[in-house]
Ligand binder design. Structure first.
Ligand SMILES: [Zn+2]
Length: 183
């Protein structure tokens, strides 16, 4: 029987595959899978920009699909794997869906609500708390994000330089025009 750690890594790799789909669309690479009785029943990746919809986070999509498969809004007995610590919306949805166990890749100190800013997943005041595992394949998960932002900055810089060069061309051709008229 595989150890818990190797199982967690196995499913986190599946979540990473989803995250790479987001990256291919130019989206921040975050991916999620939901596992029930050893089977993946929901997958999702960030499509916020593509769908122009703030609800299209990886976890929400995976929860929607998993609920469809088990025909219940309650995802009892499921484990959710996500490459980045969930935001307040997704952590809220995880608790609403009664998901008992959450496995995360890297943490999100600026927006995470699975222990960074808040720990919505484990508040004793709510009627449900999840068991939380942090840092599974954290390096791979954060590397993917880091590389995405490096590429994005480079693309933005190239874009700026290109538009600067094009504006420069327009100005110089306008000048040519004006000097042509005056002569
Ligand atoms: Zn979210």
């Amino acid at each position: 029987m595989p150890s818990i750690v190797s199982l967690q890594e196995k499913y986190m790799k599946e979540a990473l595959k989803q995250a790479k789909k987001a990256a291919a669309l130019g989206e921040v690479p975050i991916g999620c899978v939901i596992v029930y009785q050893g089977k993946i029943i929901g997958r999702g990746y960030n499509r916020r920009n593509t769908d122009k919809n703030t609800l299209c986070h990886a976890e929400i999509t995976a929860i929607r699909r998993a609920s469809k498969v088990i025909k219940d809004w309650r995802l009892e007995g499921c484990t959710l794997y996500v490459t980045l610590e969930p935001c307040q919306m997704c952590a809220g949805a995880i608790i609403q869906a009664r998901i008992p166990e959450v496995v995360m890749g890297c943490m999100n100190p600026k927006a995470g609500c699975g222990g960074s800013i808040l720990n919505l997943l484990q508040m004793p005041e709510f009627n449900h708390q999840a068991i939380v595992h942090r840092g599974v394949l954290a390096e791979e998960c954060s590397e993917l994000l880091k590389n995405f932002f490096i590429d994005l900055r480079k693309r933005n810089k190239d874009e700026k330089e290109r538009s600067k060069a094009e504006n420069g061309k327009e100005i110089s051709s306008e000048n040519n025009c004006m000097s042509g008229e005056s002569s």
